[in-house]
Design a protein around this ligand. Structure first.
Ligand code: UD1
Ligand code: CA
Length: 452
């Protein structure tokens, strides 16, 4: 069976009160429509079409990396009309699955089960039972068999008491879908072309409507405003946290972690409260992440200790290394085994060798630092002349005194020492002491200036 997905995303989303099209609003760091797209791909869809309207240009540029066809719905005349902008492009024998760009948490398992029910011209429909079904299309059954969907606004008082509602998600063979859509009219209270009208048509044609339900209600919840979006965000984050706990990662509080991407962690790792993980982050076993850290696209090996409020991006941190508190590790940094980076240290595009330490208040950019090096407090690599960037090389065993400026390009020799307060502009020899400060002198009887 060949599967073709149509994602409806033409709604204006006025209740978001935003300049952005609704489906671009992010959940867990990804536009809502990207969640739906990723789920479609996970199902193995061989064709995905997005029906767009409002804010189309922004949508198309932000989703350039999608392998989809874009179908414009100029005027929003209803869900049947929306589907019709895409469905004629699908081969008759494909199964069409209708999804919604503003229903981001639908699971592929649920959809797999839905699609598997398709045979001939039957319709497979996802429904859900709600305590308060107000606003939704009601599933009308006769002797247990679905015979129609009636929209809330068109429903009689009796139909309004039905608690089983239409989620909007359904699957049907493309040829039959197109045949039905050509017969849908706008004779209803809202004057819209309803996709739901194909249900009663199918029943009249002698086809069956088979229903399934999602495991959890949030899967089929749509987002119309920021309140609903934030609610789904919390549900989604809680699900991720539960999975981390199941996988053997300790969390100080499963309600206070945010994963906006993919977090993999070995057993016995511990994550304290209010950490944010973005992109792909891999933690080894026994890693401790202190409170308030923000970590993006990085790999942190076994038994590292990342102390509170550190920000790490695009870095590799080898085992048994300590970082922070308040450290900033920027892209291109590799901290090697058992190294230490302390508070208020910024490191960019730098390799810090095994057992080396930069414990306080430093900027290390574009540098190659060997093993067993000690970087004193207040050391600055002057890597930028205003136009070009240059590298600083510090060889194994060097000791850089506090408040040193290393004006790149420059090399500090093996086991070399730099006296505190030096400005180093030329390469220094191995095993030597280099200092650039003037000798200390005292002027006796010197008086401070007085106010005139
Ligand atoms: C629809 C269903 C209803 C169901 C409910 C679930 C119909 C007629 N009704 O009602 O049975 O219970 O969803 O939420 O299908 N859209 C377009 N173009 C359009 C119209 C809609 O792209 O011309 C998109 C919207 O962006 C939205 C989705 O389709 O994502 C649903 O449209 P909406 O108007 O909200 O349908 P409901 O009235 O909620
Ligand atoms: Ca709706």
């Amino acid at each position: 069976m060949s599967l073709s997905v149509i994602i409806l995303a033409a709604g204006a989303g006025t209740r978001m009160r935003s300049l952005k099209p609704k489906v671009l609003h992010e959940l867990a760091g990804l536009p809502m429509v990207e969640h739906v797209y990723n789920t479609s791909m996970a199902l193995g869809a061989n064709q995905v079409q997005v029906v767009y309207g409002h804010g189309g240009d922004l949508l198309k540029t932000q989703c350039q990396h999608f392998d989809v066809e874009w179908a414009l719905q100029d005027q929003q005349l209803g869900t049947a009309h929306a589907v019709q902008q895409a469905s004629p492009n699908i081969s008759d024998d494909d199964v069409v699955l209708i999804l919604y760009g503003d229903v981001p948490l639908i699971k592929s398992e649920t959809l797999d089960a839905l699609v598997k029910n398709i045979s001939g011209n039957n319709i497979s429909l996802l429904t859900v039972n709600l305590d308060d079904p107000t606003g939704y299309g009601r599933i009308v059954r006769e002797a247990d068999k679905v015979v129609a969907i009636v929209e809330h606004k068109d429903a009689s008082d009796e139909v309004k008491t039905i608690q089983e509602v239409n989620t909007g998600i359904l699957a049907v063979r493309a040829g039959y879908l197109n045949e039905c859509l050509s017969k849908v009219d706008d004779n209803n209270v809202q004057g819209e072309y309803y996709l739901t009208d194909i249900i009663s048509m199918a029943v009249k044609d002698g086809n069956e409507v088979i229903t399934t339900q999602p495991e959890q209600c949030f899967e089929v919840e749509g987002v119309n405003d920021r309140r609903q979006l934030s609610r789904l965000e919390r549900i989604h984050q809680r699900e991720i946290a539960e999975k981390l706990l199941t996988d053997g990662i300790a969390l100080a509080d499963p309600n206070r972690i945010d994963v906006r991407g993919e977090l993999n962690a070995g057993n016995d790792s511990f994550i304290d409260i209010n950490c944010i993980f973005e992109g792909e982050v891999n933690l080894g076993t026994g890693v401790t992440i202190g409170a308030g850290c923000v970590i993006k696209d990085s790999t942190i090996a076994c038994d590292c200790y990342i102390k509170p409020y550190s920000v790490i991006e695009n870095a590799i941190i080898d085992k048994e290394t300590e970082v922070g508190p308040f450290a900033r590790i920027r892209p291109g940094t590799h901290l090697k085994e058992n190294s230490r980076v302390g508070n208020f240290v910024e490191i960019k595009n730098t390799e810090l060798g095994e057992n080396s330490k930069a414990s306080h208040l430093s900027y290390l950019g574009d540098s190659d630092i060997g093993k067993d090096v000690n970087i004193g407090a207040g050391t600055i690599t002057c890597n930028y002349d205003g136009a070009n960037k240059f590298r600083t090389v510090i060889k194994d065993g060097a000791f850089i005194g506090s408040d040193t400026q290393l004006v790149a390009p420059v090399t500090v020799g093996k086991n070399a020492t730099i006296g505190a307060g030096s400005t180093i502009t030329k390469d220094t020899e191995d095993d030597s002491l280099t200092l650039s400060r003037s000798a200390q002198r005292s002027i006796k009887g010197w008086e401070r200036p007085k106010k005139k």
